[in-house]
Design a binder for this molecule. Sequence first.
Ligand SMILES: [Fe+2]
Length: 493
Amino acid sequence: MGDAVRRFPNTPEFTGLNTPISEEYELPALPVEGRIPSEIAGTFFRAIPDPAFPPYIEDGAAVLSGDGMVSALRIAPGKVSFAVRYVETERHRAEVRAGRALFGKYRNPFTDRPEAAGLDRTVANTTPVWHAGRLLMTKEDGRPYRMDPHTLATIGRYDFGGRLESATVTAHVRIDPQTRELFFFGYESDGLASTKVSYCIADARGNLTREQCFDAPYCAMMHDFTITEHYALFPIYPTTCDLERLRAGGDHWVHELQRDSWVGVMPRYGSVAELRWFRGPKGVSCYHMMNAFEDADGRIHLDQCLSNVNAFPFIQRASGLNVAPGDTGARLARWSIDLRDDSECVHETTIGPPGDLPVIPAASCGRPYGHGWMLTMNPEMQEPPVAGGPVGAMFNTLLRLDLTGRPPQALALPPGHCLSEPAHVPSSQSGHEGWLLTIVDRQTGESDFTHALWILDAGDLAAGPIARVPIAHRLRPQVHGWWVSAAELAAAS
Ligand SMILES: [Fe+2]
């Protein structure tokens, strides 16, 4: 594959930190600097997009189409190991057989080569989801692929035992911390550019118990959603799709600044006929929600990493927009909704700084909560951030946000460093906030990087890492990750 790798375009999507690695490998024993607390026992699964073959067509969104790889950082007393393998999607297998790329632009089958006709287009590269003892590699444009959590072998496309009707499943599921049910949805659920959205629940054993379908106000990128104890919330932001544009070989997504945003709210065990739509500001964009909850008065609050325009440069270009990263109005926004009001609008307050990739303790999902973490840019850093990832610039600061009024904590990395979304590992010690695991990349030359796993006390970020695990191999940036404890893994085997 070496020759093919060298033919990747000399563009930001395929150079520097984003250079394709296209290699499955294992590192059975990694060195540990510092001491890893004994409570941290399990596997940090990470989703890594890594294209196996150079594209044959120019595509601004190519960075989203890298073949999914699943990586496992396994932590046991006295031993840390690393492995990464491709998700053997139908698409990846077909391209390996052909020895070249067969699929064209991101989510545009009209640009595919004839050999790709009828094949599953997803690359399963966004989130490794763990539920009911199953590891699923997800991407919002298709159904998940089930993986063996021990060997990382691909078991196959997953449809909940033949019960799932939706053609798509989000990469951002929610798991209720008490019932252990899996809540998820799929948009464009019956085809390209469709307004159909499927809303699904699987019980604690992973049985699909409910699937309903509703129409969104328009066909929008619905990257994330969230739940509260009693409601499901479906935010809609005006990054939109158009079938005629796709037929003409265009981009899947365009951002429309003049269009309203919306939140659909329904009882989470109710009927989609009960969905109520609340209007948000025009033109806003969000990829990830931190959490949502109901307060003592029954009001619903939805906390999200919001901005006034889609942050992806290639979506701005396709939309005729060019907003500098510092001018996007990015903020952690709380949208409050009172179902007893006649108001059909959300009420917004800013509760935090710009940032993305929010993380909360799994036990806080859908409940009132006091703190969370997210990544941001250090506003005092004079040097440019490390180039890489889908937005073109990597985050360099980790924040602990206190939502009870206390000041935030920050871990600002030195120049030339960047970090990926952390995974939270809970602690059984009373009052202990657990730990955060994150991969830190350090740029040492134009295309030279070193990488390490950093382990942080989640309640004391400023103290820096309590342990570091250097990984002596090039890594490509991850999208999302998931922590699975050793006990859960053992129970699943
Ligand atoms: Fe995401």
